[in-house]
Design a protein around this ligand. Structure first.
Ligand code: UT7
Length: 325
């Protein structure tokens, strides 16, 4: 018994913001952003377009492609750092209602940019433990709502979007999700977090608290490069495969330089890593499913291909999965 990704779907907000537009807002340049990150563009959710809207649209597309109805879903696991509501209700429940997956179990996973891989493992383990058939695994974000547009060190990095996958249990062995590694270094929690406290504590304060991203870019960069190399090594060690056996490595799309540095460390060709952050920037938990969907659309993922997913992010969390497509 195994679980496989049966289909994928995406939702990308229409509004595109190129680097030049950002350069007119903060002290930055298209050249700096491209040379330091590889990003040229990001998509921005419209006013009133919520994380649950993007997630529901991506999920609907994935269901259509799988040829199953929402009522056949036993479980909905949604990874996000930007839920519609703080705390509750979960965004997963809102999506469940929007797509009509009545009655299925629904929960959110909070694991920063590693969210999709955490959600994949939670869904796979729960399908197995509870004897379910199909799950929806979604990564969805509206990060531009928590972006500090005055902070050039972070506002150039993030974008909005959602990716979804239908996960199904299969009888066939040796296919689907073969091995997953998850972990976290909570000691680095302060390197990437959401500031939610007022800047100044004052009894007189009347401004609302607006959450915004705070990041120690250098620390996260170093963590990411180290993590990719360590995860690849651990995944190979835990399986019978060699790096050359993998048709594709699909990393979390944070910074092209992170991937280049990790590829160099591993002695792996950069072309083996799939990158699309040029168009979408960093969409956190949505970046890996958006990449997977794009790859299937381009015909890059063929039945039998070995694919490695690698995530890293706030927490600090990390995760990797080996999948036989
Ligand atoms: O999903 C996980 C989330 N986060 C990440 O993966 C991010 C990991 N970190 C990174 O990708 C990189 O550290 C950044 C892209 C955030 C920054 O790149 P960097 O090469 O580490 O730049 P830096 O922070 O060392 O800054 C270099 C210079 C500084 O100026 P000085 O002090 O040398 O004069 C910055 O003030 O670049 C300046 N700078 C900028 N200049 C123009 C920082 N941001 C910008 C900007 N435009 N947007």
């Amino acid at each position: 018994m195994s679980v496989m990704i049966r289909s994928t779907g995406v939702a990308i907000p229409q509004r595109r913001m190129e680097n030049a537009e950002l350069a007119a807002m903060v002290d930055t340049t298209d050249e700096w952003i491209r040379s330091h990150t590889g990003i040229r563009c990001r998509h921005i959710a419209a006013d009133g377009e919520l994380t649950s809207d993007l997630a529901a649209a991506a999920a609907t597309m994935a269901l259509e492609r799988a040829g199953i109805s929402a009522r056949e879903i036993d479980l909905l696991v949604l990874a996000t750092a930007t839920p519609d509501y703080l705390g509750f209700p979960s965004t997963a429940c809102l999506v469940q209602r929007k797509i009509g997956a009545d009655g299925c179990a629904a929960l959110d996973v909070v694991a920063g940019c590693t969210g999709f891989i955490y959600a994949l493992e939670v869904a796979a383990a729960m399908l197995e433990a509870r004897g379910g058939r199909n799950a929806l695994v979604i990564g969805a974000e509206t990060l531009t709502r928590i972006t500090d547009w005055k902070d050039r060190a972070t506002c150039v990095l993030f974008g909005d979007g959602a990716g979804a996958a239908v996960l199904s249990r299969i009888e066939e062995g040796g296919r689907g999700v073969l091995k997953t590694i998850l972990g976290a270094e909570g000691s680095g929690a302060g390197d990437l977090y959401l500031v939610q406290a007022p800047r100044e504590r004052s009894f007189e304060r009347s401004e609302p608290i607006v959450p915004r991203i705070a990041m120690n870019g250098q620390n996260v960069y170093n963590f990411a490069v180290k993590t990719i190399s360590v995860l690849v090594g651990r995944l190979l060690h835990a399986s019978v495969y060699k790096l050359e056996d993998f048709a594709w490595i699909v990393p979390h799309q944070a910074n092209a330089r992170i991937v280049q540095a990790a590829a160099k460390r591993l002695g792996a060709p950069e072309e083996r890593f799939y990158l699309n952050l040029e168009e979408y920037a960093n969409t956190s938990s949505a970046s890996i499913p958006i990449a997977l969907h794009e790859m299937t659309e381009k015909g890059l993922l063929k039945k039998g291909d070995l694919v490695m997913l690698i995530g890293f992010g706030s927490g600090l969390t990390y995760g990797a999965a080996a999948i036989r497509w």
